[in-house]
Design a protein around this ligand. Structure first.
Ligand code: ZN
Length: 421
C-alpha cells in the first residue's frame, strides 16, 4: 500500500514538474521533415546545398588563409500581441551582442569549457549587425514590428513568416539573416531553416521569452536559443546526430564525440554514454546540444569550419553581395536608372512638385515620400497616361531633404527632394 502511495506521489510530482518546466525543444528537424513532405523537390535542393558545402570545405582545406570577418546583416521581425512580446530595441541589440561575442570567442563562459576541449574553441570569423539598410536602400534599425491578432504561431504553418497570415514577410535572404520573434507554440523554443530551403521562409524563429540576453524564460533566458538556431541556419546539426539514442547518427563534424541523445539541465563533467563510454565523454556543453543556457559553452573548430563553408557556398550571396551593415544612403536607391524619374523643380521652395514617369508609362503608380529616417510621410496612388505629370503638394512639409519613391509593376525608383523653405 505504501508503495502505491509513493508511486502516486512520484506521478503527481513528475506531472507537476512537466507543467512547471519547459524543456529545450528545437523544432528544426521536424520542420525540415514537414517542409520535405510539402515540397518533394526540397530534399534535392538540400542535398545540392550539402554538395556545394562539401566542395567549399575542400576548397577551404586548400586555402586556409581566409581570415576576413564576414558580417551578416540581420533583420529581427518582432511579431507581437502586447507589451510582453513587443521586445525593446535594447533587448534585441543584446541578442546580437551576445552572438558576436560567442562567434568571436570573446564570451566569458568559454572558461567553463573542459580543459581537454579548450583548444577547439575558435573565432568563427562570423559576426552580425542589425541591418542599417533595408532592401530598398533606406535607413533602418534592422527591426520590423508587426502587431498581430494571432495568439500563437506554429512551425508547421510558418505563419509568422508571412504578412498575409499575421506575421511579417522575409527580407531578401541573399542579403539578410531573417530572425522572427513571436509567441511560438508546440513547446518549441525555436526552429531554423537550414541551407537549401525556400527563400520566402528562410531564417530562424525564436520564442520571444528566450530572445535577448537576458530573456525571461529561465533557464533559457541567456540568449543561447538564437545562437543554437543560427548554428542550424549556418548548416550545423544537433551534436547527437538526431538518431534517437543510437550511435549511427552523425553531425558531420569530426571534433565532436559520438553522442547517443540530447542532454538536458546542467550536468557535471564528464558524461559518458554507450556511444562514447570513456572520459572525456560526450560534449554536452556544445551549443548544438540541449542543455540550459548557462551550461552551453562552445562551437568547435570543425563546426566553425562548416559554418564558414556554408558562407562560401549556398549562402555566399549573403556574404558577398550585401550593403546591409552600412547605413542606408538616405534613400538614394541602389537600383540604377533613378534619374529616369524626372522631378521638377528640385530644389523646391515648398509648393508643388511635378513628377514625370519614364517613357510611355501608362497605368497606376504608387508614390511615397519619406524623411531621412525612412519614415513614410505621404503615400498616394495615381493612374497615368503617357507623358502625364503628377503634381505632389509639398506645402505641408518643413524645409529639408526627403526621398520620393515611385513604384509601378516591378519598377522602383527613388529620388532625393530638397525643400528650400
Ligand atoms: Zn536544434
Amino acid at each position: 500500500m505504501k508503495k502505491c502511495y509513493l508511486l502516486f506521489a512520484v506521478a503527481l510530482f513528475s506531472g507537476w514538474l512537466h507543467a512547471q518546466q519547459t524543456i529545450r525543444r528545437c523544432g528544426t528537424v521536424e520542420y525540415v521533415e514537414q517542409m520535405m513532405a510539402q515540397d518533394p523537390s526540397l530534399a534535392g535542393h538540400m542535398e545540392d546545398a550539402e554538395d556545394q558545402l562539401q566542395q567549399a570545405l575542400r576548397d577551404i582545406q586548400y586555402n586556409k588563409t581566409e581570415a576576413a570577418v564576414t558580417t551578416i546583416p540581420v533583420v529581427v521581425h518582432v511579431v507581437y500581441r502586447n507589451s510582453l512580446d513587443s521586445l525593446s530595441d535594447n533587448r534585441i541589440q543584446s541578442q546580437i551582442d551576445l552572438m558576436n561575442k560567442i562567434f568571436s570567442k570573446a564570451y566569458a563562459d568559454t572558461v567553463s569549457v573542459p580543459a581537454n576541449w579548450k583548444s577547439l574553441v575558435v573565432d568563427t570569423k562570423i559576426q552580425f549587425c542589425l541591418a542599417k539598410q533595408d532592401p530598398n536602400g533606406f535607413l533602418t534599425n534592422g527591426i520590423t514590428r508587426t502587431k498581430t491578432s494571432t495568439n500563437m504561431f506554429f512551425s508547421s504553418s510558418n505563419d509568422v513568416k508571412h504578412t498575409s497570415t499575421g506575421g511579417e514577410d522575409a527580407w531578401n535572404r541573399d542579403k539578410y539573416l531573417n530572425i522572427w520573434t513571436c509567441n511560438l507554440g508546440g513547446g518549441l523554443l525555436g526552429y531554423a531553416q537550414p541551407p537549401g530551403g525556400n527563400a520566402a521562409t528562410d531564417g530562424v524563429v525564436i520564442l520571444y521569452t528566450c530572445f535577448g540576453n537576458p530573456g525571461t524564460l529561465s533557464p533559457y533566458d541567456l540568449g543561447k536559443t538564437a545562437v543554437h538556431e543560427v548554428g542550424h541556419w549556418l548548416g550545423l546539426k544537433h551534436v547527437w546526430g538526431d538518431d534517437s539514442g543510437a550511435c549511427t547518427g552523425d553531425d558531420l563534424i569530426n571534433d565532436t564525440p559520438n553522442q547517443a541523445g540530447s542532454t538536458y539541465g546542467c550536468p557535471g563533467f564528464p558524461q559518458t554514454d554507450n556511444c562514447t563510454n570513456t572520459s572525456p565523454g560526450y560534449m554536452f556543453m556544445n551549443y548544438m546540444d540541449y542543455c540550459d543556457d548557462g551550461c552551453m559553452h562552445l562551437f568547435t573548430k570543425d563546426q566553425s569550419t562548416r559554418m564558414g563553408g556554408v558562407l562560401n557556398s549556398s549562402r555566399i550571396l549573403v556574404k558577398i553581395s550585401n550593403p546591409g551593415c552600412t547605413p542606408g544612403v538616405n534613400g538614394i536607391s541602389v537600383i540604377h536608372g533613378d534619374e529616369e524619374l524626372d522631378i521638377f523643380p528640385n530644389p523646391n521652395t515648398g509648393g508643388h512638385l511635378s513628377v514625370s514617369l519614364p517613357g510611355d508609362f501608362q497605368g497606376t503608380v504608387s508614390l511615397s515620400v519619406f524623411n531621412l529616417l525612412g519614415e513614410k510621410l505621404l503615400e498616394t496612388k495615381k493612374t497615368c497616361n503617357p507623358s502625364d505629370k503628377i503634381l505632389l503638394d509639398m506645402n505641408s512639409f518643413e524645409g529639408g531633404v526627403y526621398v520620393l519613391q515611385a513604384r509601378y509593376g516591378d519598377y522602383f525608383f527613388t529620388r532625393k527632394i530638397v525643400l528650400d523653405k
